[in-house]
Design a protein around this ligand. Sequence first.
Ligand SMILES: C[S@@+](CC[C@H](N)C(=O)[O-])C[C@H]1O[C@@H](n2cnc3c(N)ncnc32)[C@H](O)[C@@H]1O
Length: 286
Amino acid sequence: MTLLLDEIAVAAARLAEAGVESPRTDAELIAAHVHGVGRGELPMVPDDSFDPRFWDQVARRAAREPLQHITGLAYFRYLDLEVGPGVFVPRQETEVMTGWAIERLTEMDVAEPVVADLGTGSGAIALAIAQEVPRARVHAVEADPLAGQWTERNIARCAAAAPHTAGRVTLHRGDFGSALGELDAMVDLVISNPPYIPAGAWVPPEVGEYDPATALWGGADGLDAIRGIEAVASRLLRRRGLLAVEHGAPQGSAVYWVFAEERGWRETRNHQDLSGRDRFVTAARG
Ligand SMILES: C[S@@+](CC[C@H](N)C(=O)[O-])C[C@H]1O[C@@H](n2cnc3c(N)ncnc32)[C@H](O)[C@@H]1O
């Protein structure tokens, strides 16, 4: 047993006591970040290289600061994105919906599919699509000025790491309700992970104290932004264009009916996340 592995075991116990959901994993990821190694290389760190800044970062995590704010990075599909105060940390659940969109765009018989990502935050969805569907043109909309700074930073970061994404993602600052008028009836796919938590619902400290309020709260039933997206997507999508919208696990049925046939939607479907819970709805414009 090396010194670092001993310290990781103590840190994991401390994080568990503080109520952190995945204490051992978080302790290992902090250790890997502080020592500049991969997680699998932790047993190879010599005792005399132990960096005591490990304990500063464990203390931050024990105070329920999100791991991604401590390391400054969030992983999303094949991307690593910069995150921190003022921007929503992208979640694993959203990767499944993004994968659905990437598959549909890949098989779409359109030379350069036009995509709108409504409420882009870090740019996770928009940039993953640009990276994995190089012929797509992605319009990313964000109302929160601080979040928009993170989007810009990640657009530049991705362009450096994956030059084929350069110029493929355009940030539009403002409310998605009135955005992208120049693209009315021209968009092939609208995607969004909007704020959808019902007002007053309990959220863990990592969420309530660190994710921006504009990214979380969706009104009394949590569906205010999703109803707004239904209206925007009806305006933006071309005939047979596709929509994907994320929602909370108990909202599957309610969101299904937002995209009802009488409002001009076809092929409305519920989809599950990796834990088998309802997580996003897709539909086609009739
Ligand atoms: C849950 S976060 C999702 C961020 C990112 N798409 C992701 O999946 O990680 C929702 C984002 O929508 C933005 N937002 C909320 N309401 C908006 C509106 N009316 N117009 C534009 N952006 C909005 C928030 O600022 C936030 O960045």
